[in-house]
Design a binder for this molecule. Structure first.
Ligand code: IMP
Length: 200
């Protein structure tokens, strides 16, 4: 089946294609589907933002559209930047933003953090599927690794000694918040498609 990803972020598209491709789900970007805008993320939760993006792309394309919203929650920042992860970086480089987070966490005795991802898929008939994925970890002391993007170089997944940016895409997908959320979504989607195609 083919599904539109309500994003034009090339990093995300690559990761999500790697996760859903082996399950027989072809992912096209919203611009490939003829939708050239990104809805404003005005929600207060990851799920609300994912729903806003999926509904906007669904209305524009008339096709099944899936969106995710994700971010980093840092204990020492009262679970921020959270839904504001992208805006917290703003026009700065991620290197600079990561440095600020490390310095905040260095001043605390709690290095705990997690990446969280919510997925919402909307169908032209109004049906909706949702899923969530979380990966726990800590904020590292140093910036390390060349893979991934965003806050990966300062996030050390639980059970690992190096940052998420030291993992290959495949290794990251196997444990990441997005990998977990999209695999949970793919399972629900397969059940949903099964139901849709069951003769009455
Ligand atoms: P989005 O709104 O889901 O596109 O993501 C919000 C922001 O969260 C991104 O711009 C990154 O700053 C951060 N983020 C989300 N997922 C990841 C990840 O896998 N690695 C590093 N940063 C991430």
């Amino acid at each position: 089946m083919e599904i539109v990803l309500a994003s034009n972020n090339a990093d995300k598209l690559r990761e999500i294609r790697e996760i859903l491709g082996p399950m027989g789900i072809t992912v096209v970007s919203q611009s490939e589907a003829g939708c050239h805008f990104e809805a404003e993320e005005t929600g207060e939760t990851f799920e609300a933002n994912a729903r806003i993006k999926a509904r906007a792309a669904g209305a524009a394309t008339g096709r099944p559209c899936v969106a995710d919203d994700s971010g980093l929650e840092v204990n020492a920042m009262d679970n921020g930047p959270g839904v504001y992860s992208s805006r917290f970086c703003g026009d700065r480089s991620y290197r600079e933003t990561c440095r600020e987070i490390v310095s905040i966490v260095d001043g605390s005795d709690d290095r705990g953090a997690r990446f969280r991802c919510a997925v919402v898929c909307v169908f032209p008939n109004g049906d909706e599927l949702t899923a969530e994925g979380v990966i726990e970890g800590t904020i590292g002391h140093v910036f390390e690794g060349e893979h991934g993007f965003g806050y990966d170089p300062i996030f050390v997944p639980e059970g690992h000694t190096h940052s998420m940016a030291c993992l290959t895409d495949a290794e990251k997908n196997a444990i990441s918040h997005r990998g977990r959320a999209f695999r949970a979504f793919a399972e629900k989607l397969q059940k949903y498609m099964g139901k849709e195609h069951t003769p009455c």
